[in-house]
Design a protein around this ligand. Sequence first.
Ligand SMILES: [Zn+2]
Length: 86
Amino acid sequence: MRVKLRHRNIHIPAISDEVLPQLLVRLKVYDDIVNGKMKCRICGRTLTLDTIGAIGMLNGELILVCDKLSCISKASILFSESKTSG
Ligand SMILES: [Zn+2]
């Protein structure tokens, strides 16, 4: 299940299952995810291709969170805070 989330400052796109692996390859984290090395930035749960809820950049660092609604909403706050100074 994909969660769509909209925020005034940030738009976390709903990522289709087809596009996601390509995106992860481009971000150079695909191998880490399939090897179970990436964790949700919020709750620490190990991410898989099925449990990635949101992807974003924070201060130039790639942030991945799982598909829990609480994690996605916290991530959106995190990402939006990083933009308030701009
Ligand atoms: Zn999480």
